[in-house]
Every structure is written in C-alpha cells, then in structure tokens.
Design a protein around this ligand. Structure first.
Ligand code: ME8
Length: 637
C-alpha cells in the first residue's frame, strides 16, 4: 500500500519555529509509522517563496528576493535533521519544475475557459496574501494580523471557483473523512452554504514582480496560493512521472487551521478544473499558543526548535509536542510542561523501566536475554501483561491512523506503567535469592525484555533516536510489519544485551529556572528577546563602521531604494531602503553607521556592499548616527 503525506510549504519570510516543527514532526511520525507497518510512504515538505510577503522581507533585509529565499529556505532545510525529520522530498516554489507545472496547469484551466480577466476592487490583507471579505473582518481588522486590510482596485485574472461549488459540496458530503477532525469539515460545509466567489489568481507586475508569470499574459504574475498549492503535484512528478501515478490518489495533507480555506476550497476546486482527482484527506490541527496567543512570527513570541533540542534533546521535544497536543485542538507551550513530561513520562516511567530491566538482566541473567519457562509463564500477571501488549498494539495502530498521537502514546504508557508494576510485584532481586525460583526469575526477566522490545517498535515513529538506543541495548532489530513483529515471544533468548547510559536524565527544574533567569537578567529584560540571543563571538563577527555619505540618488523604478556612495574609509556603494524617509540631498555629508562585512547583494540592478543601520518606531524612521563627529571608517563596538 502507498501513502503520501505533505506539510504546508512554509513562507520564507521568517525562520522556523515550533509551530512549523509540529506539522513537520507529525508528517515525519506518520510517515515512519506507515513504513513501520510495511507501507510504501513518501513525505514531502518545502518552502513557499513567491509573493508580497517574501518580497518585502527581502527588501527589508536589503537583498534580492531570490537571495533572501535561498537563505531562509536553507534554514528550514537545516532545521529538520536535528529533529530527526527525514523528508523524502524538499520542494521549493522557485524550482524550475514547479514553475513549469504551475504554468501548465494555468494554461489548462485557461484553455478550458475557467480563467477570465475582470476588474476587481477588494480589501487586501498583505499578511494573508489574499483579499478578505467584509464578513471575515473583526472590528475592521484582519483577525489573524490585527491590521485593517487595504482597499485595492485593479484588473486581474479570476478562476471560476464558483463553477465547482456543488461538486465540492458533494465530494465532502460523500467522503466523511475528506476533512478531519470533523469540526473543520463542518466549518467548511457551513462556509459553502453561501455562494462561492470566483478567486482572483493574478497580481499585476506593476505591483508585484516576484511571482510566476501567467503563461497567457506576461503583465501578470500568479497569486501565491495558486502557485503554492500546486507544489503537492510538482513534488511527485505530475502529470506523467511514475510517482504521480503511485502517490496522488493516496495524498494526505497536514495543515493548521489558519490555512483551511485555501486547502479545503481553493485546492480541490483547482484540481477539479485541471481534471485531476481530489487528494485523499486533509488533516487540520490547532495552534501552539504561548500565554493564550498564537505562536507566530508576526507577534514575535516564537520558540525555536533548535534551542529546545539543545536544551532537552530531540526525543524529549518530539515526545512532548505529540503527547501534549490533541490533534485538531490548540495547545499551550511552556518549558515547564516540557520538563514535567521529561521527568515523569520519560525519565521516571520509560527510563526507569529500561534501566532497571537491563541492569537486572545483566546481573541475574549473565548479560544475556534469559530463557523463559513456558509453564511458569502462565502466572496471571504474565497473561495480563501479554494481553495488555496485544491490546496496546491494536489501540496504538488505530490511534496513529486517526492522527490521535496523544492517545497512541497513552496506550503505550499503560504498558510502560504496568511493566514497572510488574517489576515491583515480581521483585526479581528476591527471586534471585532463592535457588528454586531461578526458573521464575528467568521468565520475569525475559518478559521484561520482550515488553521493552515491543515498546521499542511502537516508539520508533515518535522517538527514532531513543528507539534505536533501546534496540541496540536489547540486541534486536526494528523490522517493518508491525502487526507481525509486535507478536509476543519473538525475542530470541541467549542474545547479548548492551548496557548503555540512561535514556533520559532527570531535569532539575529549579536549577534550570535559576540558569534561565540569570541569562535573562544579564542579556535582556524582555524574555521574548532571549529566543534570538547571539554570543559575544557572534557579535564580534560584525564589522560596524562610521561612514560618511558622499552622494545619494534615487534608484529608477523604486520608491524605497536610494543608491549611496559612502566613505568608510574606502569608497563603496550601498543600496538603502530609506527613500521614503530621506531625500538624497539631506543625506550628503551625514555620518551614518554601516555593516561593512555584509555579503554583497544586487538590488534593482545595483550591487550593495553593506547596509546602513536605522531605527524606527510607529511614527519615525531615522538612520543611526554618532553623537559627535569621528574619523570616517572608525569601528563601532
Ligand atoms: O501559510 N501552531 O506558510 P506559513 C501550529 N506558505 N502550527 C503552526 C503555527 C502555530 N502557532 N504557526 C505556524 C503558509 N504553523 C503558506 C502555506 S501550503 C501550499 C502554503 C504551521 O509559513 C502550520 O502548519 O505561514 C501552519 O498551517 C503553517 O505553519 C503556516 O506556515
């Protein structure tokens, strides 16, 4: 059986945070689970690189959109291996094949008569990259970005989405699991009770050039959503690659509720218009919040996955986010909750079971998997353990298939806790004291090792690193076909075990808190700032200097950019996005502060060798200067 799972492709206007990591860990986990069950699974993630948001972020950073997209896309790519996330494909919307696929589909839909040119006036939210309806506004603001949208009138191309409304309603109604959990299916069906408007799918190049040109009119680029959604097809070689035939019918998308509408409405109707079968399922999860607010780059309350992995280890992070969030509902992130989970579930329950069992096998079983006695294994508590494991396998499989990762893990922990109780009730250290209990001792130790083997299997999709350590210690292999491998009694007696270090350290919350407080006090008064701390070594890498502006001129076709020639002390050209705040003549002779060792970048055809520092608040934007005149080229430290 084949399986194809995708995450959203993330915008490259900011770095990855735990929200992105969650969707991607879910996709990785479910893909590993399907492989464990013996299925042929493909997992795709990637980055969404066109559109206003990315263009603006690049301008702000003073580099070209492609350079900007390259660097942030790489950050996403680099964020995944430390989280043991292993996608089969990482797609970028700036990839040549993707551009071709988007243009092919646009042409197909255009030729069919489902794309037309019209005038359009609407309320556009830059944050959402889409026009909003009056109904969607809360107090006149976009509810997600808490800013009023801008009224825009222009000619544009439209996709006849309305034509597919009935077909979409029928599809959702006749496929109850098309959108899950059910609350989101209901939300979509209730939205579809109102007539669907056609979708504006172009942006005039006079307003935006950073996009895929429409194949039938080069005065327009493609609206970023019409471009981005198609990644799910490009990545498997639509229309005639072998992977397309193998994976499209079994495609399952994972998203958070913020992008339900594009995935549940735009995307299936686009597929219908292009004559492509609908995807199989849409899985919608809730938000990770911090103090009730959605964790998001625009609010700035983000938690970086890399930092968590450095502090707590990769599997503590994977376990925590899968165990803590009920798929579909919001969850609250706190390091307190993470530490609690690590101490109770991982160090106390699983870690203890593992180390106690292995230590006893080492001590009382000569470091080898003991031989159980069949007659002895009919003790009631043994039967209960064996039954519990078989029930757990069924429950775990059902819950994993239903994306209820928290419940699947609860089922595993029932076994972990029972096995700890099994140790106490059987007291192997007492059995070891009596010669006639040797047989029973061997059986108890075998049962513990066999329980650990099955736990090793089911934890593999969630905690691959820990599962690997457990398998190495038990001397067993993780072989696909969970239903067969999960059967009781497959562990061969006689194999050597390998004692290793503890799986999870117990964390001292007080010491961690004290450490954290100390670093917050010394570095910053604002806890949010500590997310992006750099070391003094990092700071020393920056070459900040005082530069004198020798000449300044506007750059053709740009409202924001000025070309400056500065003395620093050598002459260099810098492109600065300050034209809306300074006229060229006001700048000449000014001493400003520049970053001199920034990688050169081309902006509107001019290569910039550095960046001018500036400060802004809600009303003003001012370049950073020195309080008294100093020699040009002086270092700023
Ligand atoms: O929307 N909690 O990209 P994006 C949970 N490029 N998940 C979160 C989250 C949070 N607080 N914040 C972000 C886009 N996410 C488009 C997608 S797909 C064809 C185009 C995750 O960078 C979640 O998966 O804004 C959400 O849907 C996605 O990041 C949005 O990522």
């Amino acid at each position: 059986m084949s399986f194809y799972v995708t995450t959203p492709i993330y915008y490259v206007n900011a770095q990855p945070h735990i929200g992105h990591a969650y969707s991607t860990i879910v996709a990785d986990t479910i893909s590993r689970f399907k492989k464990l069950c013996g299925e042929d699974s493909r997992f795709q993630t990637g980055t969404d690189e066109h559109g206003d948001k990315v263009y603006e972020a690049a301008e702000k950073a003073g580099v070209s959109p492609k350079e900007y997209a390259d660097s942030i896309s790489q950050m996403f790519r680099d964020a995944w291996p430390p989280l043991t996330i292993e996608p089969d494909n990482f797609i970028r919307t700036t990839d040549a094949e993707h551009i071709k696929t988007v243009q092919d589909i646009l042409q197909k839909v255009y030729d069919k008569g489902d794309i037309y040119l019209d005038d359009y006036s609407g309320l556009y939210c830059k944050g959402c990259e889409r026009f909003l309806t009056e109904k969607e506004l809360v107090g006149g603001d976009c509810p997600d970005h808490q800013k009023p949208p801008t009224l825009i009138t222009e000619q544009n191309y439209f996709f006849r989405m309305s034509r597919y409304q009935e077909q979409l309603i029928n599809h959702i109604k006749s496929n109850p699991e098309y959108i899950t959990p059910e609350r989101y299916r209901n939300e979509v069906l209730s939205f579809l009770k109102e007539p669907l408007e056609d979708l504006c799918i172009s942006r005039p190049t006079s307003r935006l050039t950073w996009g895929i040109p429409l194949p039938f009119d080069d005065k327009f680029v493609t609206y970023v959503w019409f471009d981005a959604l198609i990644n799910y097809l490009t990545g498997i070689g639509y229309p005639d690659g072998p992977d397309f035939a193998r994976y499209w019918d079994v495609a399952e998308h994972i998203i958070a509720k913020d992008i339900l509408k594009p995935h549940a409405i735009y995307w299936p109707t686009m597929l219908m218009a292009a004559g492509v079968a609908p995807y199989k399922k849409l899985h919608v999860h809730g938000y990770w919040n911090i103090n009730e607010a959605k964790m998001s780059k625009s609010i700035g309350n983000v938690v970086r996955p890399g930092e968590l992995v450095d502090n707590y280890g990769v599997d503590a992070v994977r376990y925590f986010i899968l165990r803590e969030m009920s798929f579909g509902l919001d969850a609250s992130f706190s390091t307190d909750a993470l530490i609690n989970r690590q101490n109770s579930d991982l160090a106390n329950d699983l870690g203890n079971l593992f180390s106690r069992s292995l230590t006893m096998i080492n001590k009382f079983g000569d470091g080898c998997i003991p031989e159980p006695s069949l007659t002895e294994s009919e003790e009631e508590i043994d039967l209960e353990l064996v039954q519990l494991i078989s029930d757990m396998l069924d429950e775990y499989t059902d819950e994993m298939n239903a994306f209820a990762f928290n419940k699947a893990l609860q089922a595993v922990w029932k076994v972990v806790r029972f096995a700890n109780k099994y140790i106490v009730e059987n007291a192997p250290w007492e059995l070891a004291k009596e010669q006639d209990k040797k047989q029973r001792l061997q059986t108890v130790l075998y049962n513990l090792a066999e329980t650990l083997r099955v736990i090793t299997l089911v934890l593999q999709p969630v905690m691959p690193e820990t599962s690997g350590k457990m398998a190495a210690a038990l001397g067993c292999e993780i072989v696909p076909k969970l239903q067969e491998q999960g059967k009781w009694g497959l562990l061969k007696p006689g194999g050597k075990i390998n004692l290793g270090p503890a799986l999870f350290p117990r964390l001292d919350k007080k010491a961690l808190e004290a450490n954290q407080e100390k670093s917050q006090k010394t570095v910053s008064a604002n806890p949010a700032d500590t997310q992006d701390q750099i070391t003094f070594e990092d700071f020393k890498k920056m070459d900040l200097r005082v530069a004198e502006i020798l000449s300044a001129e506007k750059i053709n076709k740009s409202d924001r950019l000025l070309k400056l020639v500065v003395n620093a002390p050598e002459e260099r050209t810098i492109v600065a996005g300050i034209a809306e705040h300074y006229s060229p003549e006001d700048l000449i002779g000014k001493q400003v502060i520049i970053v001199a060792n920034l990688k050169p970048a081309k902006l509107m055809g001019v290569t910039s060798h550095g960046m001018v520092l500036a400060a802004k608040d809600r009303k003003k934007f001012v370049v950073a200067t020195v309080s008294d005149e100093v020699k040009t080229g002086s270092k700023v430290s």
